[in-house]
Ligand binder design. Structure first.
Ligand code: SF4
Length: 290
C-alpha cells in the first residue's frame, strides 16, 4: 500500500500514504457504520443479528450498488486498527452472532492488524465482491471463519458494463473457489465456519446468471449457494435503462428453476418481498442501521 498499492486486482499503484486509490481508500481504515444486521441469511443473522461493519470505498464499484455512498463516495470515519478492534468488542458485547466485515478487501493489512490486537471470540464473516487477489485472501484466511462472497457476473461484457472490469469472472472465480473449499460447521442453526456464495439476479441478465450457477456447480465444493432476488434500483443508473426496475417473477423463476435442475442441494432463496428499500441499511449518522 505504501508508495504503489497492488493490494487488489485493480493494481492502480496509488501511493495511499499521500492520496487515495481507485477504491477511494487512503492508508487509514474507513468505517461508515456498524451495528446488528437482521437480514442476512438466517444462519448468519441468527437470533440477535450479525455484527456488521460497513467500510467506505470499494475496488469494484458496481453502478447499481445499494450502498452507493459508501462504495463510490468512500464515506466513513477514519479509524486506527485499535479502534476497529474496539468496534469488534462493542459488537460482541451487544450480542452479535458474528463480526461481519462488508467490502473490506482494500483494507486487508489493517484488518490483520486489528485481529492481532483483539481476536473476536465470535465467528468472523468476510463479506466480499470476490474481486480479490489470492495473496490478500491467503493473508487473511487464518482470521476468517465464514466466507460470504458474491459471484456477480460471468460474461466480460456484462461486468464491464456495470463495473468497468471486463476481467471480473477471470479474477473472482478462482477467488470464490479458494473460499468455497471450506467445509461448513454449525452451532445449532448458526454457521460458525464455511462459505455461502451469493448471486444477485439482475434485470435482463438471466443468461449470465445461468452461467454463474453452472460455474459454481462445477466447483463441486461444500459451499452453500444463496440466490438473491433483492435487486432494487439504486446507485448511479441513469444511463442504464434496463436497471430501472426490479426483476420480474419470470426472470427469477428461470434462474430459480435452473438452480434446482443443477443439483445444488445447499441453497438459500429469497421471497419476492426481499426487493424492498426497507432492507437497505440506513447510513445516516444519527439513525440505526434498520
Ligand atoms: S486496493 Fe485500492 S489503492 Fe490498492 S490497488 Fe486496489 S484500488 Fe488501488
Amino acid at each position: 500500500m505504501n508508495g504503489s498499492c497492488k493490494l487488489c486486482p485493480v493494481r492502480c499503484g496509488a501511493d495511499r500514504t499521500t492520496g487515495r486509490g481507485v477504491c477511494g481508500a487512503g492508508d487509514k481504515l474507513l468505517v461508515a457504520k456498524y451495528g446488528l444486521h437482521p437480514f442476512e441469511e438466517p444462519c448468519i443473522s441468527g437470533e440477535h443479528g450479525s455484527g456488521t461493519v460497513f467500510f467506505g470505498g470499494c475496488a469494484l464499484r458496481c453502478v447499481f450498488c445499494q450502498n452507493y455512498e459508501l462504495s463510490h463516495a468512500a464515506a466513513g470515519k477514519t479509524m486506527a486498527p485499535e479502534e476497529l478492534a474496539g468496534v469488534f468488542e462493542a459488537l460482541e458485547e451487544a450480542g452479535s452472532e458474528n463480526i461481519n466485515l462488508v467490502t473490506a478487501s482494500h483494507f486487508v493489512p489493517q484488518l490483520i492488524e486489528a485481529f492481532r490486537i483483539r481476536r473476536p471470540r465470535i465467528p468472523v464473516v468476510y463479506n466480499t465482491h470476490a474481486y480479490e487477489t489470492r495473496a490478500a485472501l491467503e493473508a487473511l484466511d487464518p482470521y476468517i471463519d465464514v466466507y460470504l462472497p458474491d459471484l456477480k457476473f460471468y460474461a466480460p461484457k456484462v461486468s464491464a458494463r456495470y463495473t468497468g472490469r471486463a476481467d471480473y469472472f477471470k479474477v473472482a472465480y478462482p477467488a470464490v473457489a479458494f473460499m468455497a473449499r471450506r467445509e461448513a460447521e454449525f452451532d445449532g442453526k448458526k454457521m460458525v465456519r464455511g462459505c455461502i456464495v451469493r448471486h444477485l439476479v439482475l434485470p435482463l441478465c438471466t443468461n449470465d446468471s445461468l452461467e454463474v450457477i453452472r460455474a459454481f456447480a462445477a466447483l463441486r465444493s461444500p459451499a452453500w449457494f444463496s440466490l438473491l432476488r433483492q435487486y432494487t434500483p439504486c446507485g448511479d443508473i441513469a444511463g442504464f435503462p434496463e436497471l430501472q426496475r426490479p426483476i420480474t417473477p419470470r426472470e427469477y423463476k428461470k434462474v430459480y428453476d435452473f438452480v434446482l435442475e443443477s443439483g445444488l442441494e445447499r441453497v438459500f432463496v429469497q421471497e419476492k418481498s426481499a426487493a424492498d428499500r426497507q432492507f437497505i441499511p440506513d447510513f445516516s449518522a444519527d439513525k440505526p442501521l434498520f
